[in-house]
Design a protein around this ligand. Structure first.
Ligand code: COA
Length: 255
């Protein structure tokens, strides 16, 4: 059985983590397969948006501790774990994490690499690395502090505590709180809406958010301004505006 499964549902790409007996703990083969799955989705022109899920019991309980237990710094550096996250962290298409159950450590970091997080009340977000003598190393402190601020992030990372889906929703980490067991359906509905949008506009919004987030406001506004202007030469801009004026639904082509 593959540890990471991929399928497409129309314009929606689905990546399912599938190592349930180990709570989807992230081993090297699993990381390789996640990276390959994301690359496959980026290369598939029919895919406009991707959902990454662990199913309705668990998202992922972090790095596989069997992998880390015997490693020293040099061996970890040689493993170059960052390479496996590059495709996800830099994915040009919108990524939605559908989270039920544990999203801990690397699992939480995978969710944080996505653009949108959908969860139900069973979700448990946490950065428990300090409890095993290390710290988050796949963007956990950096992305979490940007999403939630210093005080919640410090508490989570320093205590190993967890945020429930409801609490994470209140705090703005979760974009949409689904009924229990309905996380994937809610993610599919969101993905469907995004898939019907003009892809160039969606990609420009993603770039503007990702590349602009850490710039001073003026530089971020300049970046946004360039992306905004470029969309005026797209066929989908002409179609979107024309459809509105003609009181019909637009048909976007991605051009
Ligand atoms: N690495 C390796 N194996 C893991 C794992 C991880 N991060 N998380 C869970 N597993 C394995 C367990 O060893 C167990 O395997 P076994 O049945 O062969 O013994 C199986 O998954 C089920 O986990 P278990 O601990 O029995 O489930 P639980 O419901 O009692 O507890 C957790 C769930 C998530 C609280 C607990 O598994 C946990 O703390 N995991 C580690 C989380 C962590 O520290 N992640 C960050 C690592 S840097």
């Amino acid at each position: 059985m593959e540890m990471v499964m991929t399928e497409t549902e129309g314009a929606i790409g689905m990546i399912t983590l599938n190592r349930p007996d180990k709570l989807n703990a992230l081993s090297v083969p699993m990381r390789e397969q996640i990276a390959a799955a994301v690359r496959q989705m980026m290369a598939d022109e029919s895919v406009r948006v991707v959902i990454i899920t662990g199913g309705d019991k668990v998202f992922a309980a972090g790095a596989d501790l069997n992998l880390l237990a015997e490693k020293n710094s040099r061996e970890m550096a040689d493993l170059n774990m960052g390479q496996y996250w590059e495709p996800l962290a830099r994915a040009p298409k919108p990524m939605i994490a559908a989270v039920s159950g544990y999203a801990l450590g690397g699992g939480c970091e995978v969710a944080l690499m996505c653009d949108i997080i959908v969860a139900d009340s069973t979700a448990r977000f946490g950065l428990p690395e300090a409890g095993v003598g290390i710290m988050p190393g796949a963007g956990g402190t950096q992305r979490m502090v940007r999403a939630l601020g210093k005080y919640v992030t410090s508490q989570l990372a320093m205590t190993g505590g967890q945020l429930s889906g409801d609490r994470a929703y209140q705090l703005g980490l979760v974009s949409e709180l689904a009924e229990d067991g309905q996380t994937l359906d809610a993610a599919r509905k969101l993905a469907g809406k995004i898939a019907r949008m003009p892809p160039r506009a969606i990609a420009a919004i993603k770039r503007s958010l990702a590349d602009g987030a850490d710039l001073p406001l003026n530089a971020g506004l300049a970046l946004e301004g360039r992306e905004f202007l470029l969309l005026f030469d797209t066929e989908d801009k002409a179609e979107g505006m024309q459809a509105f004026l003609e009181k019909r639904k637009p048909e976007f082509t991605g051009r």
